[in-house]
Ligand binder design. Sequence first.
Ligand SMILES: [Ca+2]
Length: 174
Amino acid sequence: MGMKILIFASVLLWMTLEESTALHIKTPHLDVNLEEIGRYSGQDSTGTRYSKSYFISRNYQSNWEDAKAICKLFNLELATFETLHEANSFFNLPNVIQDYVFVDGTTTVLGSPTEWYWTNKGERKIAYALPWDRGEPNNAGIESCLTVIKHGKIGFNDLSCWTNPKYFICQRND
Ligand SMILES: [Ca+2]
């Protein structure tokens, strides 16, 4: 599963809107269903109102780079959380989390709880204290990508971008 396949997929893809809450891309090499799992409306740190919808790849796991590319194939982007309020609202969505799920954040300072960036917001530093899962971020290996995990309560976890394919969350800016 690499960029070559994704480029091939982008040429051959057809997208169907099965219903208002599901998106589907199917090619000989890629078959991805995204299911809408919730929406959010709020204010960013400058007071600007925004709204978005979140989608999860229920049937498909990938590395972080491919997750980002697959979101783009759907005209979406890997999920960001502008504020702590948005992150906590996301955590409270019912039945959201299966295993770890990739979201947009990355770091170049391994193990740091604060040096994290939203790649699809111009590498903008995350401006609030991320609510980490217990014992995270622990950089167990080279863990430079951000995931969400549920262990009783939900929190963020740093995870390898490449080692294990994971489900991921795309967002649509509404
Ligand atoms: Ca970790």
